[in-house]
Every structure is written in C-alpha cells, then in structure tokens.
Design a protein around this ligand. Sequence first.
Ligand code: NAD
Ligand code: IPM
Ligand code: MN
Length: 356
Amino acid sequence: METLKIAVIPGDGIGPEVIDEGIKVLEKAAKLSGRIQFEFTHFPWGCEYYLEHGRMMDEDGIDQLRKFDAIYLGAVGYPGVPDHISLWDLLLRIRKEFDQYVNIRPIQLLNGAPCPLIDGSKEKIDMLFIRENSEGEYSGAGDWLFKGKPEEVVLQTGVFSRKGTERIIRYAFETAKEAGKSVTSISKANALNYSMVFWDEVFEKVSKEYPEIETHSYLVDAAAMHMITDPERFEVVVTSNLFGDILTDVGAALAGGIGLAAGANINPEREYPSMFEPVHGSAPDIAGKGIANPLATVWSASQMFDFFGYSDIGEKLLQAIERLLEENEVLTPDLGGTASTSEVGDRITEILNDLF
Ligand code: NAD
Ligand code: IPM
Ligand code: MN
C-alpha cells in the first residue's frame, strides 16, 4: 500500500474548519479504497503565528515542506496582518518556491449546485481553467519611489518569461489533447502592449504544434461577459495569473459559489511538492461559527487523488459531493441549508461508504 506524506497548513479563519473536514474525507476514502494511506503533519503557520513570531512560517519552513509528497492548505490572511505580508510570506511563497506554475481550477456545475443563470446546466458549465501560477502580474517586482512626496510613483512589474509563458500554454494544450477539448486563451493585448502581445504570440506559436485542437482567443473583458452569457464556449482555458485569479471567482459564482471552488497548484515535473487548496479565503465574516462550506476543500482532495494517479478515487469524491448536493438535506448556509461544516464532512463520509 502506498503511503503519502501530506503537510497540512490549516492557516487562518475558516481554513482550519474546512481542512478538518477535508482530512476526514481523505482518510475515509483512503481507508475504503484499501490502496493508499496518508500521513499528515500539521504546521501551525498563519497570521496568529505571525503575531507571535513576526513570520508567517518557520525560517526553514520551505525546507521542512520540501520532503512532503504534497501540501494541503486551508486559507491564509486575516485582519491584523497586512494581506501583502501574510500572503507573500506563506501562500504565494510556497507557490513560487516550489515552482507550482500550473493552477488547475475546475469550473464545473454539478447536479444540485445552485447556478445564477436561468438556463445554467451541467452540460453548459464545464470549464477547466489553467491559470499561470508563478509569474506574470504576480512577479512581486516593483518599486515605491519618492514615498509621501508629490512626485510619488509606484511601479508593479509584470514579468512574462518565454519559458513561463510557453510551459503553461503547452500544459493547457496537452490537457486539452488528452480530453479531446478546445483551448481558449484569455489575454488583453489591446491595452497591455508588451506582456499580452507576447502572450498572444506565444499562444499562436504553441497552437501550431497542435493543429488538431480547436482554439479561441478572447480579450479578458469580453471573456468575463461570455462566461456569463455563453459559458458553453469555454472548455480548457489558459490565462495569466491575475486574470485567472479574477475569472475563477466569476466561474465559482457560476458553479455553485465560492464554497465549492477547488484548486490545485501543480509542479508537473514533480521536483517539488504540489499544493491543494480551496479557491476561497479565510472568510473572516463567518470564521469561528462552524458554518463554512467544506466542499471546495473536499473537491481539492479529489484533485489530490487525481494527481497521485488515483483518479477513480478522486471521481468517487466528486460523486459524493454531487450526491450530497442532490439530496439537498445536509448543506451549509451558503447553499441554502442549515448544516454545520462538520455535518457536511460527516455526510460525505457516509455517502462514500455507499460508493465504495
Ligand atoms: P473570502 O473568499 O475569504 O470570502 C469572500 C466571501 O465568500 C465572504 O462573504 C465569505 O464568507 C464567503 N466564503 C468564502 N469561503 C466560504 C466557504 N467555504 N463557505 C461559505 N462562505 C464562504 O475572500 P475575502 O473576504 O476577499 O478575503 C478574506 C481573506 O482571505 C483576505 O485576507 C484574503 O487575502 C484572503 N484570501 C486567501 C486566499 C487563500 O488562502 N487561497 C484566497 C482568497 C482570499
Ligand atoms: C487565490 C487567492 C490568492 C491569489 C491571493 C490570496 C494572493 O485570491 O488563490 O485565488 O490571488 O492567487
Ligand atoms: Mn483568488
């Protein structure tokens, strides 16, 4: 039986609440499968840790994480610590240090999930966002000149390397090839006259290697509109770090809400651990109430099984989420229910009993 070592970073706010349920489900599915087991190690890193130690993680935190097979993360960021410090010192740092350059975010409407569109359906809302996750608008480079002076200027530099742009676009094409889907590139070359002109050129060049794959290319503003008015046209979507961040929250709204949106931060070469996490944040407005929806975290556990080659188990987790939504009995308030976070986790494990 394979043993996977998982570093768990519950983080802030609702992070620990949803991660508890994610672990409950991972352990249950592993046990029922009889083929895999997990060894979890918890790291108490986050904003409380920062307030005590002046750092978001141990000084050698990255080295500690390096030896794990994967990282399972709840959420990072909380009032009291500036977001640009907490996020850059933990979540974004891990993505960068471990070269997790592919952020896979499914936008998939499951049966029973609420959709704000009048004619939204499972067939129409089924996209796979491949977000560039290592550079671009999130390069972290910039400058703050003449602070406080009348001539004050702030620079935030986007960095689009050929290597970084090519590899993410190629990853999208490979994913589409396997799934028999089209690839849509989302950019903004009309206004961003360096980075996005370059992005479009690279997309054009890589697409020539895959003549059998249908391609589309949209400006990000129009793409945001089409996602609402005609989501069916999107299958595999590749886009930059910032556009992907924003559009996957739009997608979350289409596919049942942010409480259902999952993401995997992948280092495809497996040189470093990949990281699985819900798309949402620490939700300070509901933290501590025990009502956060854990399904996004469960879905990211499903992505973890997929990543390690157990996609049949990952599929069962998705089926369990769908069955729970269809039952319409044990749901958290964001989905119109009255259940607690742990009741949802418990119900998922009961459904898994049936599915294995
Ligand atoms: P958020 O995702 O935390 O919350 C946005 C809204 O969605 C809130 O009303 C919240 O209650 C609701 N929501 C989020 N997750 C939910 C869940 N599982 N169940 C039910 N409702 C849920 O975004 P925000 O308020 O913009 O950010 C709060 C903090 O989280 C900030 O510090 C931000 O930087 C951070 N953040 C972290 C991550 C991450 O760790 N990956 C992602 C996004 C935001
Ligand atoms: C996400 C989050 C992060 C991002 C923030 C917290 C830095 O919004 O994972 O979607 O922008 O990538
Ligand atoms: Mn986001």
